[in-house]
Design a protein around this ligand. Structure first.
Ligand code: PLP
Ligand code: COI
Length: 353
């Protein structure tokens, strides 16, 4: 399929790196293609970033048949552009697609399309550590129909934005709040897919956490409200007795690509890593007996995000001495080193554009 390119008549200005927040500085162009049963995915195009015209009855607005991804492009010191594990994002997108009755994408085709788009938007890629070009591939259901069923038509698009740190704390430890009343997802549901509804389901508890002064919610399993699952926009890791522990992929957790990268790096360094059930009670007692030394989250937007405080009901635990832990720092340095092309990419995670 040939990608039609129409250039924007006007181009925007990238904010200064220090002013970049997360998710508002959109670039000049986007990639779009459509799906119909007769034509499959068709009409791929790069066009000026603009509003879509869609029926108010489009199924995505009513029943949330929508999936998305999040990945980043980085600028290296020698001015190359590189993507981090892009094929893993589109593999996960195809898993989400299957889970939500959405037609799958041709991974080679969309990675190529993404490379064209990112190259065209090169001026939007910031280059200081902690900044990047965030890429949001999305598929939404477009059938104008109020009957509840899977749509027959879809729109796939990729938009880009220049970003800085996801949390205002930057790399300083964030505070997280464990909800005793809300659940995000349950096994057999859609928790392991990157679908819009999971985030809608998280908003109410997220609001409460913010009001209490916490950055995000840490979710417990929906059946027993006992085992830790993940945090709003990241997977979670604990260092207990020098062992790196993270919840196993239970079926209701997003299989994070950063999570997988952290596990791979830690194992390579000879650390003991366990993916297993881990209860909030175990964390509270590991804090009490001093064996819990570090907690951090992992995610594309969040990178490696040290956690300094966890609140669970009337108990609050403080991790470490309020600064970022050694293992979090080592992982942050190695991971960002690979992403920004400053450390050798022995795992073949990077694709240079
Ligand atoms: N969990 C949730 C709910 C997320 O939204 C994200 C972010 O994408 C992650 C985990 C981390 O996934 P990844 O490392 O692939 O970005
Ligand atoms: C990401 O890390 O890419 C995410 O999707 C997290 C959040 C912005 C939804």
């Amino acid at each position: 399929m040939n990608i039609q390119i129409s250039q924007a008549a006007q181009t925007g200005v990238r904010p200064a790196d220090a002013d970049l927040g997360f998710g508002t500085a959109f670039t000049d162009h986007m990639f779009v293609m459509d799906y119909s049963v007769d034509e499959g995915w068709h009409d791929p195009r790069i066009e000026p970033y603009a509003n879509f015209e869609m029926s108010p009855a489009a199924m995505v607005f009513h029943y949330g048949q929508a999936i998305f991804e999040g990945l980043k492009a980085y600028k290296t010191p020698d001015n190359k552009i590189q993507l981090f594990r892009p094929r893993d994002n589109f593999k996960r997108m195809n898993r989400s697609a299957k889970g939500l009755c959405i037609p799958e994408l041709d991974i080679d085709f969309v990675v190529d399309a993404l490379k064209k788009l990112v190259k065209l938007e090169e001026q939007w890629i910031p280059d200081t550590l902690g900044t990047a070009l965030y890429i949001r591939p999305t598929i939404v259901a477009t059938d104008p129909c109020l009957g509840v069923r899977a749509s027959y038509t879809f729109k796939f698009f990729m938009i880009l934005c220049s970003v800085g740190a996801y949390y205002s704390e930057g790399f300083n430890p964030v505070k997280i709040w464990v909800s005793k009343d809300h659940v995000r997802a349950v096994r057999g549901g859609v928790g392991e897919f990157k679908t819009a509804g999971n985030y809608a389901a998280s908003l109410n508890a997220g609001d409460k956490a913010k009001k209490e002064g916490y950055a995000q919610v840490m979710w417990l399993d929906a059946l027993e409200m006992k085992y830790i699952e993940e945090v709003g926009a990241m997977n979670i890791f604990f260092v207990i007795n020098d062992e790196l522990v993270t919840p196993n992929l239970s079926g209701s957790i997003l299989p994070g690509i950063t999570r997988d990268s952290v596990i791979t790096l830690a194992q390579k360094w000879g650390m003991k890593v366990s993916e297993r059930k881990i209860s909030i009670d175990e964390i509270l007692s590991a804090d009490e007996d001093g064996s819990l030394t570090e907690v951090f989250g992992s995610g594309t937007a969040a990178v490696i995000s040290p956690v300094g405080e966890i609140c669970y009901g009337d108990k609050t635990i403080h991790i470490g001495d309020g600064t970022s832990g050694k293992i979090s720092m080592k992982l942050y340095d190695e991971l960002t080193g690979i992403q920004y092309g400053k450390v050798e990419d022995t795992e073949n995670w990077v694709e240079v554009i």
